[in-house]
Design a binder for this molecule. Structure first.
Ligand SMILES: NC(=O)c1ccc[n+]([C@@H]2O[C@H](COP(=O)([O-])OP(=O)(O)OC[C@H]3O[C@@H](n4cnc5c(N)ncnc54)[C@H](O)[C@@H]3O)[C@@H](O)[C@H]2O)c1
Length: 309
């Protein structure tokens, strides 16, 4: 199937970002649906485009053309009319997502694909109340979805391989870097990697090996610098599987292997130290510093993804 018309359900942070990611392709039209009648449903899209324009990654003309491919409605039937692909971006609650897919199924074509943008929940379970479970698939975009190329295409137990391929091919066509996650596992692929590193990073701070800023520096100026160009498993081949095996034998017994969350993280949350939003987490943050980090991240991503192969 040629995906040309997409319905995005939910107009929050990810819903807005996804509209922009899809409508950048000149052959895709996007209907954004939210229950709330908003003054400007595309405010999120506009502010994202402003950053792109300010960094010479988009022209005003392109922005207008992108907006012309988007429409907003609070009516579900209108949003789903003729949709080839429906992507839900509603809150991360199992029942909300299950019921949404159950309720929209009679309103979409029989061959329409239902995609969930869930961060961590089971795609199989989200499909639980649908009639045709083979058409339900995970599309885990990363924030901001109009800048981060990765989309994890996640196979639920009953997702058909045709649906996996159709969604994967479409995402490639619009310039994303999709990867297929062939098992419906917690954290899919990239979050499993990220959380394995988080566990060790949090442990090192807790154990007094280094403070938070130092742990971040070690990653940023060391291994993190080469990751965009050298995959970590490619790296195993580069140093030699024999060396990698020796290193694993030597170091694995000493790495964090806790199954429960970090105690220090629990303490920070209990003390209301929630990071940027309260001005302190592992480190202290003024509102200006927090804004600057958010802005700098977007600017970095614009530059970093420009030349990405
Ligand atoms: N924020 C992220 O970084 C991120 C990254 C990847 C995936 N996700 C996932 O994307 C999904 C959406 O996250 P978000 O950050 O955009 O959330 P959000 O809170 O910003 O937006 C949720 C939207 O859903 C609408 N909504 C609420 N209840 C609804 C209902 N019962 N039916 C229909 N619409 C409803 C809200 O009005 C809002 O527009 C979640 O599953 C989240 O886990 C988030």
């Amino acid at each position: 199937m040629d995906i040309k018309k997409i319905a995005v359900l939910g107009s929050g942070l990810m819903g807005s970002g996804l509209c922009l990611a899809f409508a950048r392709d000149e052959h895709t039209s996007v209907a954004l649906r939210s229950r709330a009648k908003k003054q400007d449903p595309f405010a999120g899209v506009r502010s994202a485009m402003d950053i792109l324009i300010a960094n010479d990654a988009m022209t005003g003309g392109e922005a207008d053309a992108i907006l012309s491919r988007m429409s907003f409605t609070d009516d579900m039937e209108t949003a789903l009319d003729g949709a080839d692909l429906v992507v839900e971006c509603v809150p991360e609650h199992m029942e909300i997502k299950q019921n949404l897919f159950r309720d929209i199924e009679p309103l979409v074509r029989d061959d329409a694909i239902l995609a969930t943008n869930t961060s961590v929940m089971s795609v199989t379970e989200i499909a639980g109340k649908t009639r045709k479970k083979d058409r339900v698939v995970g599309t885990h975009f990363w924030n901001p979805p109009y800048l981060i190329p990765l989309v994890e295409v996640v196979k639920g137990d009953e997702t058909s391989l045709d649906v996996m391929d159709t969604v994967y091919d479409y995402l490639r066509k619009i310039g994303k870097k999709p990867v297929k996650c062939m098992k419906d596992v917690q954290g899919f692929i990239a979050n499993r990697l990220q959380h394995a590193i988080w566990r060790e990073a949090l442990y090192m701070v807790e154990a007094g090996i280094a403070d938070a800023a130092t742990v971040d520096e070690a990653l940023r100026y060391g291994p993190g610098l080469r990751w965009p160009h050298l995959g970590i498993l490619e790296n195993v081949d580069m140093v030699g599987t024999d060396l990698a095996l020796d290193i694993q034998r030597g170091v694995l017994p000493y790495l964090a292997d806790n199954k429960a969350p970090s105690k220090l993280l629990e303490t920070l949350v209990a003390e209301g130290k929630l990071g940027f939003k309260t001005g302190e987490g592992y480190q202290k943050w003024t509102p200006e510093q927090a804004d600057e980090r958010n802005r700098a991240l977007r600017e970095y991503l614009i530059k970093a993804t420009k030349d990405l192969k």
